[in-house]
Ligand binder design. Structure first.
Ligand code: GUN
Ligand code: ZN
Length: 446
């Protein structure tokens, strides 16, 4: 922790243990530190407290109490479907393509109804914030007005968010638009969302996935993203039947990745969910274009889609964050994504003992700084570097009525203990850009 001089007027100083990943370290824990937040919500300094550090001892109750609380960066959910929160956990018995047709498209069709959308979107924003998601990259539905409403709700509750109006001009059911409608409505969505000037909410160009888009539409969306310098999100190589279908629909392309590349949809502001079945050649294309992957382990297992080899993705120097993929995944909590990432990696080691399982520290990094890098936000969020926005969680391992008791061990690993065993009751405060957003301040009624 460098001694950094305050640069702007300081609004708050927080004292305690800070745990984060840095450019050079997977996990840095700074005990008894002081972190300053300036008047615009940025970290102004992070220094050891001037008092000498007291050595911890298992019999020193006060030392244990002190380390029962720590700050960590807010978590980044790089892939979540806000409308699907309405049926989370109720429909997980079909593989991807059948699952979409049977459950997902009929539910998403209901979001034409703004009242229903308001109810579900309010709940999903509150739930994810309470669970420590300070940044969420949302898919909405094909409905422009409901997608704008999601942007408003995220803004009102103070969550940092990317919001995508979903585009699809190819589907067996009526849940789609014409190519021209997709193009026109995407432009309207972008213009209206930007016009609201929400400080933390940005539009993201969102072709659902290649099977539900014509080449014509993919090309138009690539052009819109380029012209407006916008983020892009979609799905890739989640399930083997999907990969087969893409080969049939786009026979001229060398691979699934090549389809998106051809239509200028692979940029350094692109995040593609899943990628379980990508080849090394495709991962190289990700690395060359700077596009990133969102690893969604709960969904991959729940829909029996596949197991992503994160170690191999990292070896190819592809940026990677974690996602809940509600409701392919049944949990809206990024703590669940952390645990399932570790589980998936261990399963790969069981299958092949040469596979080097991910460590807790590595996965902590993916949930925070990795997610920020994947969303091209790491100049703003992801850790407590001076000059970044203060997006943070205050975690208490022993809150009144909470799920975890003090961990009585010689060297309390408070961080991993809380993240393995804890839940939203342990996340006692959430800050986004310096502002406390949990406990909630209910938005003013209109
Ligand atoms: N591929 C295309 N749409 C979806 C979706 O809504 N969820 C998941 N998991 N995969 C998809
Ligand atoms: Zn998804």
């Amino acid at each position: 922790c460098a001694l950094n001089r305050p640069r702007a007027k300081i609004a708050h100083v927080y004292r305690g243990t800070f745990m984060h990943s840095t450019q050079d370290t997977t996990l840095e824990i700074i005990e008894d530190a002081l972190l300053g937040v300036d008047t615009v919500g940025k970290v102004s300094h992070l220094l050891h407290s001037p008092k000498k550090k007291k050595k911890k001892n298992v019999n020193d109750f006060h030392a244990l109490l002190r380390c029962s609380e720590f700050f960590m960066p807010g978590m980044v959910d790089t892939h979540i479907h806000a409308p699907q929160y309405s049926y989370t956990g109720t429909a997980m018995d079909l593989p991807l393509l059948q699952w979409l047709n049977t459950y997902t498209f009929p539910v998403e069709s209901r979001f034409k109804d703004l009242k229903f959308a308001h109810r579900v979107y309010t709940e999903v924003v509150k739930r994810t914030l309470k669970n420590g998601t300070t940044t969420a990259c949302y898919f909405a539905t094909i409905h422009t007005d409901a997608s704008l409403l999601l942007g408003k709700i995220a803004n009102d509750f103070g969550q940092r968010a990317f919001v995508g109006k979903v585009c699809m001009d190819r589907n067996k059911s009526d849940y789609k638009e014409t190519t021209q409608e997709c193009q026109k409505e995407t432009c309207r969505f972008i213009a209206e969302l930007l016009n609201k000037k929400y400080p933390l909410v940005k539009p993201v160009v969102t072709p659902r996935f290649a099977p539900s888009c014509t080449g014509d539409l993919l090309g138009q969306l690539g052009a819109i993203a380029r012209k407006n310098n916008l983020h892009i999100q979609s799905h890739i190589s989640e399930n083997v039947d999907e990969v087969k279908l893409v080969k049939e629909l786009f026979p001229e392309s060398k691979s699934y990745t090549d389809v998106y590349h051809k239509y200028n949809l692979l940029t350094d502001k692109t995040v593609m969910a899943h990628g379980c079945h990508l080849t090394d050649e495709e991962l190289t294309l990700f690395s060359e274009t700077g596009a990133s992957l969102s690893h969604c382990p709960n969904s991959n297992i729940s829909l029996c889609s596949g197991l992503l080899n994160v170690r191999n993705v990292l070896k190819h120097k592809v940026k990677l964050g974690l996602g809940t993929d509600v409701a392919g995944g049944y949990s809206a909590s990024m703590l669940d994504a952390v645990r399932r990432t570790l589980d998936t990696s261990k399963v790969l080691t069981i299958q092949n003992p040469k596979h080097q399982a991910l460590t807790f520290d590595e996965v902590f990094r993916l949930a925070t700084l990795g997610g920020s890098q994947a969303l091209f936000l790491d100049d703003q969020t992801g850790n407590f570097e001076v000059g970044k926005d203060f997006d943070a969680l205050r975690v208490n391992v022993a809150p009144p009525g909470g799920p975890i008791d003090l961990i009585l061990c010689d060297k309390p690993k408070v961080g991993s203990g809380a993240l393995y065993k804890g839940d939203d009751r342990n996340i006692v405060e959430v800050f986004v850009a310096g502002r406390k957003v949990v406990p909630f301040m209910e938005p003013a009624a209109e």
